[in-house]
Design a protein around this ligand. Structure first.
Ligand code: NDP
Length: 453
């Protein structure tokens, strides 16, 4: 670690204690940006990175609601408005018991670079709550969402801050949040993305993150003259991103073999096909059940319980060609990275945000495999959110083909800007540096133009 990164990290840790995920995200970006600062001292003297690290605004609020037994419950709500240099704050809401300030700051920080990479005019933000939608009735989820929005609505707007979904926030939650916003603001605007088709949503938005991670993988493989067809793939998670990554892999002739949730994972050596995927979608999106049921339904499938005390995740210890982590942060540690490399993995495309630990990332980069970091590989979701905002502004909607074509073009552009930036700054093939640098430059130049704000 150089003196600059060392000093920066000491200050970040002192000012943001007990936020390890935020430290991890900042550290990775700071290391990549050293390559830029050597050639462009103007960014350092204007303290651009120091300013990006400090959120423009952090909101934290009480979310009281009443459960089905009539008992009062209290959760904590957050919105991190990280950076608005290139557009309104934009980023998802996460409802999960693990949510805290540090996790949302890491996500908001990553979002700034990701949104810049999409080529669309969106700043970065993130929010959520420690509320756990799992096991709650629809009525409870609705009452919680209404209470959450009753505070949040004062701070957001179609030209200010436009939230979307993330872990635990899907179509159902966006519906309840939008309904309450509309009632309080007395206006129908595109204040959230991921909306239903009948009320301003975009076609392909639910699919966009998973499809995008696969399109990004396709672009990376093409640099080595390879295709996804015939590739055996490990996918983690079984939510929105995982489901549509699997769908696109099947369509492109690859063989996805795994899915997981927080209780365990399934290994289906024969491959998950479209019919099995439809079972998963019904299981997860309608019945809200556990992935274990997949193994109960399909003979020959192995289910393994999650073991939080283990030093590795067995999902990553199968022979395969490609890995698509699509569950959560730090789900691939250095032991998992070792297993993946040992089992012949040549490509990792991160559908989730920061699913690989810093040491895992270093191992992938060192091994020279195709490693697509989340900022670039999962940017398809927010890109189509940007397209949803554009359609809402025009009061018009594009067809499925139009949106999908735009998504494919955006993923190809993100890929080429990563490749180009990595090469220009002397680390060809390093998508981590490429994504961090290309994402940073647009935001940094905009901040220089706008003065010290
Ligand atoms: P969902 O809530 O739809 O699904 C999340 C999946 O990951 C579930 O299978 C869940 O299992 C599992 N999971 C979540 N937390 C944990 C945990 N701590 N340990 C083990 N498994 C866990 O979320 P999404 O699919 O939308 O999001 C997945 C990832 O993709 C996240 O990192 C998110 O930030 C990222 N992402 C999402 C985008 C989007 O458009 N939705 C856009 C860009 C990135 P269980 O149900 O048991 O909790």
């Amino acid at each position: 670690m150089t003196e600059y990164v060392d000093n920066l990290m000491q200050a970040v840790k002192a000012q943001n204690p007990a936020e390890p995920e935020f430290h991890q995200a900042v550290h990775e970006v700071a290391e990549s940006l050293e390559l830029v600062f050597e050639r462009h001292p103007e960014y350092r003297s204007a303290k651009i990175l120091e300013r990006i690290i400090e959120p423009e605004r952090v909101l934290m609020f009480r979310v009281p609601w009443v459960d089905d037994q009539g008992v009062v419950q209290v959760n904590r709500g957050f919105r991190i408005e990280m950076n608005s240099a290139i557009g309104p704050y934009k980023g998802g809401l996460r409802f999960h018991p693990s949510v805290n300030l540090g996790i949302l700051k890491f996500l908001a920080f990553e979002q700034v670079f990701k949104n810049s990479l999409t080529t669309l005019p969106m700043g970065g933000g993130k929010g959520g709550s420690d509320f756990d939608p799992k096991g709650k009735s629809d009525q409870e989820v609705m009452r919680f969402c209404q209470s959450f929005m009753t505070e949040l609505h004062r701070h957001i707007g179609p030209n200010t801050d436009v939230p979307a979904g993330d872990i635990g926030v899907g179509g159902r939650e966006i519906g309840y949040l939008f309904g309450q916003y509309k009632r309080l603001a007395n206006e129908f605007t595109g204040v959230l993305t991921g909306k239903g088709r009948n009320w301003g949503g975009s076609l392909i938005r639910p699919e966009a993150t998973g499809y995008g991670a696969v399109y990004f993988a396709r672009e990376m493989l093409a640099t080595r003259g390879e295709v996804l067809e015939g590739k055996r793939c490990l996918v983690s998670g079984s939510g929105n991103v995982a489901q549509f990554a699997v769908e696109k892999l099947i369509e492109l002739g690859a063989t996805p073999m795994t899915l997981s949730d927080s209780s365990g994972y399934i290994f289906d050596e024969k491959g998950i096909d479209q019919e099995k995927l439809e079972f998963v979608m019904d299981l997860k999106n309608v019945r809200r059940g556990r992935i274990r049921e997949y193994a109960e339904k399909y003979p020959g499938v192995v289910y393994t319980d999650a073991d939080s005390a283990a030093d590795h995740h067995p999902l990553w210890n199968h022979e395969a060609d490609c890995a698509f982590p699509c569950a959560t942060q730090n789900e691939i540690n250095s032991n998992d990275a070792h297993h993946l490399l040992e089992n012949g993995i040549t490509l990792v495309s991160e559908g989730a945000n920061m699913p690989t630990t810093a040491s895992g990332v270093a191992m992938f980069v060192e091994a020279g495999i195709l490693f697509g970091p989340g900022k670039a590989a999962n940017a398809g979701g927010v890109a189509v959110s940007g397209l949803e905002m554009a359609q809402n502004s025009m009061r018009y909607s594009w067809t499925r083909e139009e949106v999908d074509n735009r998504l494919q073009m955006i993923m190809a552009e993100i890929h080429s800007s990563c490749v180009e930036a990595a090469e220009r700054f002397g680390t060809p093939g390093n998508y981590v540096n490429g994504a961090n640098i290309a994402g940073f430059l647009k935001v940094a130049d905009s901040m220089l133009d706008q003065g010290i704000v």
